[in-house]
Design a protein around this ligand. Structure first.
Ligand code: 9MR
Length: 373
């Protein structure tokens, strides 16, 4: 019995020893493999693009991407591109008024919940887009005839519902989107302006701050990246808001560029606003190229992407660069600018373009900048 017991103990020990040896061997193999996996880019052709999130975090910059609900649900490759290359998402459409509150007091959270849930499961931040805008408003809102108090009530209900639902989960919001006319220094004469007057901006920011005091509140605008009368008008508006202690934390420079027209002095225009104590972001970056894409254009575009990243890195309170779409197959450009194409860092088949490698390089060659937030 004893013998049997001790021999079975021995063979158990031997077995365990063999198991331990095999385990150790596995561990070594695992560690070596893991080491290789960590040091090699996941997609060799993408030039280290798998390291983008780490590089971005090391530079204390958020690298974002606008996402659409349908491919997020149905397309595994789309999801991988997002999780492997970016640190935050913005909902391209689904948090806009027409989707969130298609009928008065009827809210649809399916899209926003999908985006926020996906982000949370994958450790990504969410930038909220957008509250007050002249586009993508439901008919009941756009065509209603509102007294100022009624419209304030509508604004409060919508903000409370949307910002309240994601409080603590969506940490920054475009409260005011495109407040100026397309080309000009004049404030856009839309519903909010017409009913509430110029101060709709201060009212909306104040209301948003009451609803979520922790959220970073943004004005998001296009056509201001190279300065000019529109940027000057925004600067005056913002200066006035800050003097009046209106809660405003950031300016989004959308960055919808035409290839060949990415301003060399972007960082100066960003810095002008951070000098006021604000943070800034490049919130909707794309660089569209006229068709047919000329030879060498993708390489030139790559330098333009790098220029934007470098401009943001040069400005201590530039907190985010966000591209406006996951791939050229999802970009708004072909539909809105016929004759233009190839605006994003991935092509229609999710193959990384030179722009992606250029972003990696731009984030790699700088010493890490100190945390600014
Ligand atoms: O990319 C969005 C596109 O799918 C919509 O059809 C369009 C509707 O206006 O809005 C696009 O996103 C815009 C963003 O919300 C605000 N800045 C300009 C963007 C491009 O138009």
């Amino acid at each position: 019995m004893r013998d049997t017991a001790s021999s079975s103990r021995r063979s158990l020990t031997r077995g365990r020893g063999a198991l331990l040896t095999a385990g150790a061997l596995c561990a070594v193999i695992f560690l070596v493999t893991a080491g290789l996996v960590l040091t090699l880019p996941e997609r060799p052709e993408s030039g280290g693009a798998g390291q983008l999130p780490q590089l971005a975090r090391r530079n204390d910059i958020d690298l974002g991407v606008a996402v659409a609900v349908n491919p997020l649900v149905h397309d595994r490759e789309y999801r991988s591109v997002v999780t492997e290359h970016y640190t935050s998402v913005t909902a391209e459409n689904t948090m806009k008024w027409e989707y969130v509150q298609p009928q008065r007091h009827t809210f649809d959270w399916s899209g926003p919940d999908t985006v926020v849930g996906f982000a949370e499961r994958n450790g990504l931040d969410v930038h909220g887009h957008t509250l007050l805008w002249h586009n993508q408003q439901p008919a009941w809102l756009a065509q209603g005839s509102w007294s100022p108090d009624e419209l304030r009530q509508v604004m409060r209900e919508h903000m409370q519902a949307l910002m309240g639902r994601y409080q603590g989960r969506v940490t920054s919001w475009d409260i005011i989107n495109e407040p100026f006319e397309d080309t000009g220094p004049r404030l856009r004469q839309h519903l909010w302006y017409e009913v509430l007057g110029e101060d709709y901006i201060a009212e909306a920011l104040t209301m948003a701050h009451e609803i979520d005091p922790q959220a970073r509140l943004y004005i998001n605008e296009f056509g201001i990246e190279g300065g000019g009368p529109k940027a000057d008008a925004l600067y005056r508006l913002v200066t006035d808001l800050l003097e009046r202690d209106v809660p405003l934390h950031g300016i989004g420079f959308q960055g919808h560029f035409v290839h060949g027209n990415v301003p060399e002095d972007l960082s100066e225009h960003l810095r002008r606003f951070t000098d006021l104590g604000l943070e800034v972001s490049v919130s909707e970056l794309d660089v569209r190229i006229p068709e047919p894409v000329p030879e060498g254009a993708l390489q030139d575009q790559a330098r333009e992407y790098a220029r934007v990243i470098e401009a943001c890195l040069d400005v201590p309170r530039c907190v985010r660069v966000s591209v406006w779409g996951v791939s050229d197959g999802h970009s708004w450009i072909p539909e809105w600018f016929p004759g233009y194409t190839a605006a994003l860092p991935f092509d229609e088949s999710y193959t990384p373009k030179p722009a992606l490698g250029a972003m990696v390089q731009a984030l790699s060659r700088r010493p890490s900048r100190p945390p600014t937030r």
